[in-house]
Design a binder for this molecule. Structure first.
Ligand code: F6R
Length: 236
């Protein structure tokens, strides 16, 4: 594991954007695994700037997002599809048809999960997976559990995750309680994993996840077993 501690969120975002853009430069038709949430916003803005400056070309890139709320369609301003379109895809020259987010409104959620895993396989797996980490150690929406779930699946969100995400909705009651998430198999089979975390509030969980025992009670801890893991943490 390559654990990089930086001093500011801006530094974290610069390093993360540089690593992701290097991946695209090295393999222009690569598959990027992408995350939503507040952690990657700075990196996404810097990736957009690099694209605008002609430093990187996303035209052949495919992207596969980690998760989506069940019940929200892509027009809903809290859906992860909406987030990705507005915070990244609109600002880079990626082909929107090559961007993938689970369909939270699928009538058959189990079939959607199976199709998502088939999609990951059909594109030859993910080259670089970007992750944030939840306060309970979740990655994607893989919540603490008694085992690591391998495939894409529907998940009941942990109350602490609902609390954390309530800030984006009109009220806590509006936060969906279930989501579709890529499983640990999809994440762990990515060739490279880059996890970013910032803020004093994440210090304890980052220590537990990367320097504590590997346990499904702290889902991100499984990443210690990944052969090409980079963690960038900024306390500020
Ligand atoms: C979002 C995702 C989540 C977030 C995590 C941290 O696609 O997969 O696991 O990465 O909840 O969220 P932030 O970055 O908002 O602290």
């Amino acid at each position: 594991m390559n654990f990089i501690k930086v001093n500011t969120y801006d530094e974290l975002s610069c390093k993360a954007a540089a690593l992701i853009c290097s991946q695209v430069v090295m393999k222009p038709d690569c598959v990027l695994g992408l995350a939503t949430g507040s952690s990657p916003l700075g990196a996404y803005a810097k990736m957009a700037q690099k694209c605008k400056d002609g430093e990187v070309d996303f035209s052949r890139v495919k992207s596969i997002n980690l998760d989506e709320y069940v019940g929200l369609d892509g027009q809903h301003d809290q859906s992860y599809r909406y987030f990705m379109n507005n915070n990244l895809f609109k600002h880079i020259n990626i082909d929107i048809n090559n961007t993938h987010v689970p369909n939270g409104c699928a009538t058959d959620v189990d079939a959607e999960c199976k199709a998502y895993d088939a999609l990951i396989e059909s594109v030859g797996g993910i080259d670089l997976q970007l992750l944030g980490i939840g306060l309970d150690g979740h990655i994607g929406f893989n919540e603490p559990d008694s085992y690591f779930e391998k495939t894409t699946h529907k998940v009941e969100l942990d109350p602490s995750t609902i609390d954390a995400n309530a800030r984006f909705f009109a009220s806590r009651d509006d936060v969906p309680t279930t989501a579709i998430t890529m499983g640990m198999g999809g994440i762990m089979s990515a060739k490279k994993v880059l996890l970013i975390a910032n803020g004093k509030g994440k210090k304890d969980i980052v220590e537990k996840a990367f320097f504590g025992p590997i346990t499904p009670a702290v889902p991100a801890s499984i990443l210690q077993l990944h052969p090409d893991l980079t963690v960038i943490y900024s306390e500020n």
